[in-house]
Design a protein around this ligand. Structure first.
Ligand code: NAD
Ligand code: UD9
Length: 474
């Protein structure tokens, strides 16, 4: 008889493959219901993939509009392939949604937390949403249940916050229920593909049995391998380290880009050529680091350790300054042409934090616009994915660019829709291509990127370099 995914069975039982198969079968046949707390950009895709393996999934969200939408088989999250999947899963009864967390907790045997973990002004991690879900779960937690943290959390959250709270609130002892950290390794726009197995799934429990139960949970979810790590804290650290790696390396690229002002070289050319070496993986410079992951995760480490973390802190500061660097570049170039930023009319191309996603959290473009505004420029924003007016910024349709009187353009996010702009039909302007995404060398515009301070040496023009490249290739 299978009572839960977490088992206090004897070692002999654990080695028994038929017991393991029974548990897996109980899960994928729907006999062990799964509650997924948080039906947002990552939670809904995760709930759908769980349900698609045969699990019976109850999605929980505090937002009644989200719950109504999902319960009706509709989909409020824009992810490739998600809408038809949600419709089918709701129709066949494998996925449902509720605002009633305690009721879902009472019914479920597996509780998966995928709510946001943010950072307060000042850098302190804000775990209030996770704590609210843990409070719901504790009202229905039963012996044999497994609690899974998919949300990214500061290392030691499972050990020092989640588990002690569950013990205190339920009266159950550690060993009667499981807690495992199984961090989401996905990004907006690729959620279903990533959850189904782009990367190995990391699982780490507060005890060996929790890790074992998490291995069973994900065995049928991912086509990739499931990687057990030593404990829950290691699993938490893996996710936070991934984010810090990215933040620090982007900061390095951004710093190198600013030195190219002095050197008078193209940072992109130097980076691309340096990256010919397999040991070299310099990232792309840009106007800043956005999204709700990478800018937050360094704080999850810095706030939790006594040890000094100067590199992590400096990287954050370098990246946070990039919107200012971008506006400085524009102001400087306008001055070189006799213009002034405080009188300038500027279009910012791309509001979202990266190309191709309708996501504005921590978007560098918003900081660029705030700084332009602070320095007196009048700004319009162009974005094919979000309406600028939704964040109180005057918007401009892409196709209206030629008819609009502009002194400057700043490209902050390289949406593919911008490829269709016919720059020849736009009056000459200063263009800061902060992502180096446009090829406008031969147009009448004054184009600068963040990583070319002065134009390349006249003796080796772009044309010369391409000829030299051909010679080199022969
Ligand atoms: N978005 C990403 O690219 C990404 C990638 C990897 C990991 N993650 C992690 O996934 C987690 C969730 O991110 P997301 O992008 O899905 O967030 P989101 O903001 O899109 O959605 C969160 C959902 O949780 C709901 N919610 C808030 N409090 C709740 C509560 N107490 N009970 C139930 N529901 C509640 C909200 O109403 C919302 O619908 C975060 O911890 C993040 O670190 C996100
Ligand atoms: C590559 C990837 O899968 N990463 C994911 C990441 O996803 P993401 O959606 O946050 O996107 P990123 O690509 O990391 O970009 C963040 C910001 O940095 C800017 N940037 C990026 C690279 C560069 O070389 N130079 C830059 O300037 C970019 O424009 C944007 O503003 O976080 C998720 C949540 O934890 C992780 O699952 C996962 O690691």
């Amino acid at each position: 008889m299978v009572s839960g995914l977490y088992d206090d069975a004897s070692e002999a039982d654990r080695r028994n493959d038929s017991t393991k198969a029974d548990r897996r079968d109980a899960l994928t046949s729907g006999r062990l219901p799964v509650a997924v707390y948080g039906l947002g950009k990552m939670g809904l895709p995760l709930a759908a993939v769980f349900a698609d393996t045969g699990m019976r999934v109850l999605g929980v969200d505090v937002d009644p509009d989200v719950v109504d939408c999902v319960a009706n088989g509709d989909c409020h999250v824009e992810e490739p392939g998600l809408a038809p999947l949600v419709a089918e899963l709701v129709e066949t009864g494998r996925l449902d949604a509720t605002t009633d967390g305690p009721a879902a907790a009472a019914e479920a045997a597996v509780h998966v937390i995928i709510v946001p973990t943010l950072v307060r002004d000042g850098g302190e991690p804000d775990l209030s949403t996770v704590e609210a879900v843990v409070a719901d779960i504790s009202t229905g937690l039963a012996p044999g249940d497994l609690v899974v943290l998919e949300s990214t959390v500061p290392p030691r959250t499972a050990r020092d916050v989640v588990t002690p709270t569950l013990e205190a609130e339920t009266g159950l002892d550690r060993g009667e229920f499981g807690v495992a950290v199984c961090p989401e390794r996905t990004a907006s726009g690729r959620a279903l593909r990533d959850i189904r197995g782009s990367y190995p799934k990391v699982v780490g429990g507060i005890d060996a049995e929790s890790t074992r139960a998490a291995l069973l949970l994900y065995a049928d979810v991912t086509s990739n391998r499931v990687t057990p790590v030593a404990d829950a804290t290691t699993a938490e650290a893996v996710k936070v380290f991934e984010g810090i790696y990215r933040d620090v390396n982007i900061a390095l690229a951004n710093e190198l880009a600013t030195t190219c002002d002095d050197l008078g070289i193209s940072v992109r050319e130097a980076i691309e050529t340096a990256n010919q070496l397999p040991v070299c993986d310099i990232h792309d410079p840009g106007p800043g680091v956005g999204g709700h992951c990478i800018p937050n995760y360094p704080h999850f480490l810095m706030d939790r350790v006594e040890t000094e973390t100067p590199l992590t802190a400096t990287a954050r500061a370098v990246n946070e300054r990039m919107p200012i660097v971008t506006v400085d570049r524009l102001e400087h170039e306008l001055e070189r042409t006799g213009g002034e930023l405080r009188d300038a009319s500027v279009a910012v191309l791309g509001l979202t934090y990266r190309a191709g996603v309708p996501e504005l959290r921590n978007a560098p473009a918003l900081d660029v616009i705030a700084e332009l505004d602070r320095r007196g420029a009048s700004v319009v924003a162009v974005d094919p994915f979000v309406d600028p007016e939704s964040v109180d910024i005057p918007g401009l349709p892409i196709d209206d660019l030629p008819e609009t009187s502009l002194d400057a353009v700043v490209l902050t996010t390289p949406h593919t829709a911008f490829d269709r702009i016919d720059w020849e039909t736009i009056d000459p302007l200063v263009l800061v291509d902060a992502r180096d995404a446009l090829s406008l060398e031969n147009t009448h515009h004054r184009v600068v990127t963040l990583g070319v301070g002065t134009p390349p040496d006249e003796s080796t023009t772009a044309q010369d370099r391409s000829i030299l490249g051909q010679v080199d290739a022969q």
